[in-house]
Design a protein around this ligand. Structure first.
Ligand code: ACG
Length: 458
């Protein structure tokens, strides 16, 4: 199990209201006690943006988070607790303030080749695949390809010197002590066709790129962990996951949430059936990164319209599935947040340690949209009562911790009976039937021998 951590909002170690390495190091015990095995650290490289995905220096940490030494200490302490830490690395683009980009605008080599400058006016017609946004930005008279908007000009991997440069970046962060990477925007390395002048994924070239990058990492650190972020249909997710070893299962995340929210197992069953029919069946070439929410999505309780029981039901279905589960910081408290394409701050709010909103380590870098003090949601308040959301969430985590064999298990059977979803999961030395009741009514099971029942009726 991995915990997705947004450092700025987690724990403040120096009293400036911004989460940092020193603060997070102090909370490693809290994380280890949740039963997780690893941390996915959202971008911490030097960047002017609050989300950190537009980097201005690939070889330094964001000074608001501390020093490289603080980071090394954080990593060493995490390792002492047997926690792996993977770094979210956005290699597809930089900040427009990056020195490379400023030099590229000046026409300096090799940097000029590291970005894609407009060569044909027709290219301006290109639109982003999923929402029709324009993909070119004019910087003082020069048009540059910017798939994710003006704040992040794309790097142009047609240039082999850039491949070399990025290998140095990977070497550096592995030497700092990271156990691997969550590779951001993995399908976007080559996503503009120079021949056609349109946005078009070139999956085979992307795969070749990632094969070389991951092989480079493995040559330095053979047990490196890689997770691919490819938000796409199942067969595309598969393509990349086979290279990385773990791939986020985006289709499952959406289908599982919709099924639980509507209490209709259809989509979940469809999605699981796709998984069942894929490589999970016999020879596994990779593990599925199963999750419900991340920083690009609304938080779980918000998706379930405030219904805590449904949120916990979704979580318990998730943690009964084979693969490597990931969950987003603050989900264990039931924090809320609704995704907004242009400004995703609401899902990045300060972790609520204290009920009055103040206390050692509490971050307060932004005005709160959803998660307010005195809401009963803080860790402090929830620890003080029996049967809190946190306690029930933890019980589900505990279940998974005690059934870690599920990670490498294989789904061998899947059935739907009205609102029941029945899975047969087989591991090396154990197997189980798992029943999930998505309906409102209790369901009597005739033969309960050899059954492990995870969800009763609500
Ligand atoms: C990553 C990070 C994100 C970050 C960036 C850029 C990339 O997690 O925080 O933004 O560094 C696309 C990309 C992803 C990207 C998200 C935000 N995430 O592929 O890499 O955008 C469709 C598309 C997807 C698209 C998704 C977005 O196919 O490519 O993701 O829509 O909604 C079905 C379909 C599936 C479809 C979904 C949803 O499931 O099968 O194809 O996905 O429906 O419709 C950060 C900031 C940004 C900033 C940027 C520079 O968050 O604000 O602009 O950095």
């Amino acid at each position: 199990m991995f915990y997705e951590l947004y450092l700025r909002s987690f724990c403040d170690g120096n009293g400036d209201g911004i989460g940092d390495f020193i603060g997070a190091e102090r909370k490693l015990d809290y994380l280890a006690n949740l039963g997780i095995e690893g941390i996915w650290l959202l971008p911490i490289l030097h960047s002017p943006s609050y989300h950190g995905y537009s980097v201005i220096d690939f070889f330094s940490v964001n000074p608001i988070y501390g020093t490289l030494k603080d980071l090394r200490n954080f990593l060493a302490s995490a390792h002492k607790l047997d926690l792996k830490v993977i770094l979210d690395l956005p290699m597809n683009h930089t900040s427009p303030n990056h020195e490379w980009f400023l030099k590229a605008l000046n026409g300096e080599k090799p940097y000029r080749d590291w970005y894609l400058f407009l060569k044909d006016e027709q290219w301006l017609k290109a639109r982003r695949h999923w929402d029709g946004e324009q993909v070119w930005t004019n910087y003082s008279g020069q048009w540059v390809y910017t798939l994710f908007g003006p704040g992040s000009p794309d790097l142009n991997y047609e240039s082999s010197s850039l491949w070399q440069q990025m290998k140095e970046v990977l070497t550096f962060w592995l030497s700092v002590g990271f156990d691997g990477f969550r590779f951001d925007a993995a399908k976007h390395i080559f996503d503009f066709s120079l021949e056609k002048g349109i946005c078009e994924y070139q999956h085979s070239r992307n795969i070749a790129f990632w094969k070389e990058m991951t092989a480079h990492c493995r040559s330095i650190s053979p047990n490196s962990i890689f997770v691919s972020e490819v938000w796409d249909d199942a067969q595309i997710v598969d393509l990349y996951s086979a290279i990385f070893g773990i791939g986020f299962n985006f289709p499952l995340a959406e289908d599982l949430k919709t099924s639980v929210a509507t209490r209709d197992p259809e989509l979940l069953v469809k999605s699981l059936r796709t998984d069942l029919n894929r490589s999970f069946r016999s020879k596994r070439s990779y593990e599925s990164g199963v999750f419900l929410t991340n920083h690009d999505m609304s938080r779980l309780v918000s998706v379930m319209d405030g219904d805590e029981k449904l949120s916990l039901l979704a979580m318990s279905v998730l943690l009964s599935l084979p693969g490597v589960p990931f969950f987003y910081y603050g989900e264990e408290l039931g924090m809320e947040g609704v995704y907004n394409t242009y400004f995703n701050e609401e899902q990045l709010e300060p972790f609520l340690w204290f009920e009055n909103g103040y206390g050692p380590g509490q971050t307060e870098w932004k005005a709160l949209g959803k998660n307010h003090p005195h809401s009963g949601r803080s860790l402090e308040a929830q620890k003080a009562v029996d049967g809190s959301y946190f306690e029930r969430f933890r019980a589900i985590l505990e279940f998974r911790k005690n059934n870690s064999w599920l990670r490498l298990a294989t789904m061998r059977g899947l059935k739907r009976r009205e609102n029941l979803v029945i899975l047969r999961v087989v591991g090396e030395s154990r197997s189980a039937y798992i029943y999930h009741n998505l309906g409102k009514r209790r369901v009597a099971l005739e033969d309960v021998s050899n059954l492990q029942i995870i969800n009763g009726s609500l």
